[in-house]
Design a protein around this ligand. Structure first.
Ligand code: CAA
Length: 254
């Protein structure tokens, strides 16, 4: 049975909804593999310019599926297809947004730190409770969370396992906005639509270049940024022409 539901609610926008409500959308191996496969399809499809991840009212995701059994002696978090799926999500080249209602815990919260922009419903709760089961956030959380919220807040969240509310998550930079829970998905889709109206080449370059901040020394990434600036695209010509002619641009991704 599918663990995600995929739709195209607006032009150029793909919505992936986690669909394991009875397990608070825990990130089972199957859910991660299905999500990664959908992202591979979205990456290859020029019609898709932006992807939104969401869950349901109760949970974006409660994290790794604690009930999944070790396979051949390998703990669930170390299984190869699970690790491959995380890599695919991490390398997704188009904008990846999250509409978060309810709990975003453990791996679910790690997933939000992988997304480019997060919108939180006013009842959302973010946290890293792994320490309470004598584990730690091993799907990128120990590295990404401090880069988003700073060392002290990351230590506090991970060492206590306590949750923060949507307002605090927004103040700490985990989310860009807090909206009424009934509007979370619609507001995120609206944002996705506005990003999808931009040149997809320019948006992909922005994502690649911003992520270089975490991957390369500053002098190297500045020199790469300078080289990428030399790219010429039809979209860029269109953007300039539209500005001069005082009309909205139409970007074709070329
Ligand atoms: N894995 C598997 N099942 C989960 C789950 C998870 N992470 N989270 C919730 N569920 C299941 C519950 O076991 C329960 O199933 P049953 O009805 O069969 O008993 C069902 O979802 C509903 O859960 P609750 O009754 O507990 O619902 P609640 O609304 O009262 O509480 C919750 C929700 C606060 C999310 C609570 O379920 C909870 O604390 N879950 C565990 C969260 C957690 O520890 N996440 C970290 C996972 S480890 C991780 O992510 C590791 C990593 O990075 C490598």
């Amino acid at each position: 049975m599918a663990t995600i539901a995929v739709s195209r609610p607006a032009p150029h926008v793909c919505l992936i909804r986690f669909d394991r409500p009875r397990a608070r959308n825990a990130l089972s191996r199957e859910l991660l593999v299905e999500t990664a496969a959908e992202l591979d399809r979205a990456a290859a499809d020029p019609e898709v310019r932006c992807v939104v991840l969401t869950g349901d009212d109760a949970a974006f995701s409660a994290g790794a599926d604690i009930k999944e059994m070790p396979d051949g002696g390998i703990p669930m978090w170390g299984q190869a297809d699970r690790l491959r799926a995380w890599k695919t999500i991490e390398r997704f080249p188009k904008p990846l947004l999250a509409a978060v209602d309810g709990y975003a815990l453990g791996g679910g919260c790690e997933l939000t730190t992988l997304c480019d922009i997060v919108i939180a419903g006013d009842g959302a709760r973010f946290g890293f409770p792994e320490v309470r089961i004598a584990a730690f956030p091993g799907d990128g959380g120990t590295q990404r969370l401090p880069r988003v919220v700073g060392k002290t807040r990351a230590m506090w969240m991970m060492m206590t396992g306590e949750m923060i509310d949507a307002q605090t998550a927004c103040a700490w930079g985990l989310a860009i906005a807090v909206v009424p829970a009934a509007e979370t998905v619609a507001r995120t889709l609206d944002l996705a639509g506005r990003i999808a109206a931009m040149s997809p080449i320019a948006v992909a370059m922005i994502k690649e270049e911003v992520l270089m901040t975490y991957q390369k020394p500053l002098d190297e990434s500045l020199s790469l940024e300078r080289k990428l600036l030399l790219w010429q695209t039809e979209d860029h010509d269109e953007g300039i022409a539209a500005f001069v002619e005082k009309r909205p641009p139409v970007f074709k991704g070329r």
